[in-house]
Design a protein around this ligand. Structure first.
Ligand SMILES: NC(=O)c1ccc[n+]([C@@H]2O[C@H](COP(=O)([O-])OP(=O)(O)OC[C@H]3O[C@@H](n4cnc5c(N)ncnc54)[C@H](O)[C@@H]3O)[C@@H](O)[C@H]2O)c1
Ligand SMILES: [Zn+2]
Length: 665
């Protein structure tokens, strides 16, 4: 049995550890709910044993996000956290307490609790001069350059009645859609996924390259104003005015004067939050009058005039059957939990991501454990806790493997990303096959072969890398088990056809680390041939919009490796496209003379910009909206329904990519 003192110390240590993962690394290893339980237990013990008071305890201090890569700035007014609760009873207590203390009419403003990163914006002479994170509550990181890229944050305040100097506090958030795209991209690149939009935002706002921040499409909401020039005593009214000055203020805030109204608001948003385009984790209740706020004051950690009610997470309890370790094409090893199927927010969950070793250790997982699963958005569910009481004796502790499950090579750990890699790039079958799979995928070379075919050809020794595909012969294939003339011919045709896949997709197909589809397009535009790309210096590469040091370095590393240079050389000798097709880009015809096109949807053969260029080169015009002047709609997959309807109404001809390319042949 632990003594209370030991338990208090242990909790403080654990919470500090989790603060570091959460605030500094933006990679929490336990759920907020678990964290809040630890904190709650610590508060309970500290109240019971006041002799162990410590001014540095996490119960008295704001968790710090300070990062040594930024300059720290003092806050003019301390930036505190919020008292939080999961219990409706404590909301009632809060309401009764402020009424009793103030002993007069109290208005309460209910707001959404945006799940992002808090920011302080300083305006002087109506100009944004600084943006600072909460830091440790007294000083925060100066992230002005990054914040300037967020469209919904005004750089200059508008209107004659806007105060000349003011501090606006709010939340920077990443909408679900952006979050999901970012994670999808990271999954393709085998980079560690962000657990939720809050962590993705926290990671983004602390990036060193503002250009990358700009691409992440962050948004913001302002929820508090400070300064000597505020128009009224009402927090609600002031925020309403702030809209006119150019701030984005949520329309979902509501002024309430009874407990009943407050609970209606809470109930409504507990359901309705699923329909919001961004994450919220609760609602915030604030005393409306600034004078009353001042009378109530604050502790060292939170104001007494506000409370956050947090929603219970949607989670399910199920059994952990086993853990498998998957090796991807970059050698990154990801642990995956196999679960007894369980229903969670409408879908059956069988597998969950375990992210990395730190997470496995923090959860102290054993096979056979009853575990909690939660969903962070539409993506893969994750394990957020273990029901320790339900643990059976014989369940083996889950340990991260030390050797590659595919080739037996000892794994190496990348400390920056807390990820294990199999370093056997050239010999590890999982990596070799993974690279070929990537090479042939639809968005890359679009060669029609599935993982089973790759497996088979690899096992037979017919392919050892993607360049070998171009050396396959009819005789190699036709006698394979369950193959015949047709399948052999189809595959060879598909391979042959891939030789005309444009340069930027070939670049993507190479599988250079961090070079996804979009990056490949940018590189191809900036370096129109592989020779130019190979010769580019780190600075040349970083001069391209959206290419940071990490990507640039990865490209340099790729071409510095003789094995990869040789691989590229072999592909080249087979006639793949290694430069932008200058001829087709400059050739001018008037095949599309006087024709106006609207481009809509997602395309397989060329990018949207390339189609625009092709239309222009052939004498046509491109317009962004459908009107009676439109001659053709060039439609890819998932064309917008509004455009489709309009086109049908006006009787405009809709053509496919294939049809379009025929027109300019
Ligand atoms: N999982 C983990 O390991 C881990 C670790 C540390 C902290 N946490 C989580 O973070 C919480 C503590 O973080 P915190 O101190 O930032 O508190 P918090 O996130 O619970 O609440 C305070 C924050 O809410 C934000 N907020 C959003 N909408 C707001 C609004 N309308 N008005 C005012 N503020 C609004 C502000 O940024 C404010 O700083 C914990 O309760 C826990 O849930 C989790
Ligand atoms: Zn391996």
């Amino acid at each position: 049995m632990k003594t209370p003192k030991e338990e208090i110390e242990e909790l403080r240590r654990q919470i500090r550890e989790h603060d570091y993962y959460y605030y500094v690394l933006a990679q929490p290893v336990i759920s907020d709910y678990e964290y809040d339980r630890l904190m709650h237990r610590l508060m309970e013990l500290e109240a019971q044993y006041p002799e162990y008071y410590d001014p540095n305890s996490p119960t008295v201090r704001v968790g710090s996000d300070i990062n040594k890569n930024f300059e720290q700035v003092e806050h003019r007014y301390p930036m505190l956290s919020l008292q939080n609760t999961y219990s409706p009873g404590e909301v009632t207590d809060f309401y009764n307490r402020v009424k009793r203390l103030l002993n007069e009419e109290v208005g309460i403003v209910c707001e959404l609790k945006f799940d992002g990163v808090s920011i302080s914006l300083i305006y002087e002479d109506k100009q944004l001069i600084r943006a600072v994170t909460r830091g440790d509550g007294r000083r925060g990181d100066d992230v002005t350059d990054n914040v300037r890229t967020i469209r919904s944050i005004p750089l200059v305040l508008r209107g004659d009645d806007a105060p000349s100097s003011i501090e606006a506090r709010g939340e920077i958030i990443m909408p679900w859609k952006v979050f999901e795209e970012l994670n999808k991209e990271r999954e393709e690149q085998e980079e560690p996924l962000f657990a939720n939009p809050r962590n993705a935002t926290a990671g983004t706002i602390k990036l060193q390259d503002s250009r990358v921040v700009a691409q992440r499409k962050l948004e913001s909401f302002i929820y508090y104003l400070l300064g000597d020039e505020l128009p009224t005593d009402s927090h609600f009214e002031n925020l309403t005015s702030a809209r006119k000055w150019g701030f984005r203020v949520s329309h979902e805030m509501k002024r309430c004067s009874t407990l009943e109204e407050i609970f209606d608001y809470i109930k409504y948003w507990d359901k309705e939050r699923k329909n919001l385009p961004f994450a919220i984790d609760g609602v915030v209740l604030k005393v409306d009058s600034l004078k009353q706020q001042e009378r109530l004051g604050a502790t060292s950690k939170f104001p007494r005039w506000a409370i956050a009610y947090k929603f219970n997470p949607e989670r399910a309890l199920t059994k952990l059957l086993s853990v498998t370790f998957q090796v991807g094409r970059t050698g990154a090893v990801t642990p995956v939990a196999n679960l007894e199927p369980v229903l969670l927010s409408g879908t059956v969950v069988k597998r969950a991501s375990l992210y990395n070793e730190d997470m496995i250790n923090a959860l102290d997982l054993h096979i056979g454990d009853m575990v909690y699963v939660e969903k962070g958005g539409e993506i893969i569910p994750k394990i957020t806790g273990v029901e320790k009481e339900a643990r059976s004796e014989d369940g083996e502790k889950v340990q991260f493997i030390k050797f590659c499950p595919e080739c037996g090579t000892p794994l190496v750990r990348d400390e920056d990303e807390a990820i294990y890699y199999c370093p056997n790039m050239e010999g590890c079958p999982a990596q070799i096959k993974g690279r070929i799979e990537h090479f042939v995928s639809r968005k890359a070379m679009n060669i029609d072969m599935g993982p089973e075919t790759i497996d088979l050809l690899y096992e037979k020794g017919l392919i050892k890398d993607a360049a070998d595909l171009y050396e396959l012969k009819f005789e190699d294939l036709v006698n394979l088990e369950r193959w015949g003339e047709t399948s052999a011919r189809n595959l060879l045709n598909s391979i042959e056809k891939s030789k005309s896949v444009p340069y930027e997709r070939v670049l993507f197909a190479l599988g250079i680390r961090y070079v996804g589809e979009t990056v490949a397009q940018k590189l191809a535009q900036a370096f129109p041939s592989i020779d130019a790309l190979e010769q580019a210096s780190l600075e040349d590469l970083m001069a391209v919009d959206g290419i940071g040091e990490r990507i640039a370095q990865s490209v340099k590393d790729y071409f510095a490796n003789p094995k990869f240079r040789d691989f590229v050389q072999r592909l080249r000798s087979h006639g793949l496209q290694f430069s932008l097709n200058q001829e087709s880009l400059t050739s001018k015809t008037d095949k599309l003379k006087d024709k106006t096109f609207v481009i809509s949807g997602i395309f397989k053969f060329h990018s949207r910009d390339e189609y625009k260029a092709l239309i222009a080169q052939n004498g046509g015009k491109v317009s962004s909206s459908v009107s009676k002047n439109t001659d053709y709609i060039l439609a890819g997959e998932n064309m917008g329904p509004a455009k489709l309807e309009k086109a049908n109404q006006l009787g405009i001809k809709i053509i496919t990519e294939e049809e379009f390319l025929k027109m300019i042949e």
